[in-house]
Design a protein around this ligand. Sequence first.
Ligand code: FAD
Length: 414
Amino acid sequence: MKRYSAFAVAREAVRYHTGWERAWRKAQPRKKYDVVIVGAGGHGLATAYYLGKNFGITNVAVIEKGWLGGGNTGRNTTIIRSNYLQDPSAAIYEKARSLYEDLSQDFNYNVMFSPRGVMMLAQTEHEVRGYQRTAHANSLQGVETRFIGPAEVKKLCPIMEINGPRYPVLGALWQERGGTARHDAVAWGYARACSDMGMDIIQKCEVTAVRQNAGKVTGVTTTMGDIDCDKLGIVVAGHSGVLAEMAGFRLPIESVALQALVSEPIKPCMDVVVMANTVHGYMSQSDKGEMVIGGGTDGYNNYTQRGSFHHIEETVRALIETFPMISRLKMLRQWGGIVDVTGDRSPILSKTPLENCFINCGWGTGGFKAIPGSGWGMAELMAKGHSPLTAEFGLDRFVEGRFIDESVAAGVAH
Ligand SMILES: Cc1cc2nc3c(=O)[nH]c(=O)nc-3n(C[C@H](O)[C@H](O)[C@H](O)COP(=O)(O)OP(=O)(O)OC[C@H]3O[C@@H](n4cnc5c(N)ncnc54)[C@H](O)[C@@H]3O)c2cc1C
């Protein structure tokens, strides 16, 4: 694969961009692989990438029923932060955030990581106490965050109305090294690097059954035929329950659509990410100038991957309160993605009752930020049977009552 460089861009500019190679090969399924990953979202692709990079396992297929990155990975609002409360969460999210810092250099693909700073507003006394607690926990965990006062909030984000009609801003949990990245580029960069290692990324191929013999996985049935494998990774976010049922076990998970919308592009007016969880909305500005706006989940479980109207009003109302200057903005489009939510708002990275079948899911409304760390840990779990990063996120925690409660960090915020 040719390296992307300033020289290559200049060369292609003079020959009308006729010399670029396909970023990843169009692969047809082979009869058998060492590892099959179901789901070419960020987590599936990152798992495949680190299997190859860290463990030399490259006889791998990533199978996707739609197009790669077409699930939640290409639908999220791209917030990256690691200020979670519990130690296992801080470890995996901080691993991911630190990998994001040089991901572009790692696989020679610009993911446009922008550590512009993320703030989570405290607009009630309860939130002040919650975020101060998180800031203390983070300092013990080696995660750089700080609780800041309203004056600093206003300085960092002048377009914000901090005296608010209903909830004045009392402070914020501020993570300076948090930010955003281009979500499609994350999927495309991993895909290109996987393809370069010889892995097959097979799109428009749906897994319809998980095959097994004597309690051990043997392969999958797909719309392109049977594919055998020694190990299977299920990484399908909102469809995890469907795949688990095919494999013969149940998951403590609910699927629900999460909503977002984007405005027309305007001049730069905001260079941080702001989450206002009490009024329930969050916003950042994309490189193109659009205001990227995140809302909540639909009020009922569903598999509908589309926008729902009542969220427009609810979310926009919350944000106008916080940023009155957006009241005259036109909205460009709205969409939804099917997120997979666990009771303790923490993910599942685990072995399953089916031998050699592993599952990575439950990232809910906030898994984009975790992609590199999740892939790193999941690859280690699949290659070695154990990973310090994933150890606490096993399915057994739901049997043992050993929950990793992240409802403050992840209930509304993403
Ligand atoms: C509107 C919205 C905003 C969000 N905002 C943020 C944010 O700001 N920050 C953040 O950290 N997170 C955010 N998230 C969450 C984040 O997007 C997800 O947690 C993350 O992208 C999940 O990645 P994934 O790879 O697990 O799943 P996905 O990207 O959904 O990939 C799973 C893939 O599996 C495929 N698949 C399913 N069933 C099958 C089958 N039977 N056979 C083959 N393939 C199958 C799907 O087609 C899909 O492509 C947001 C999500 C949404 C919807």
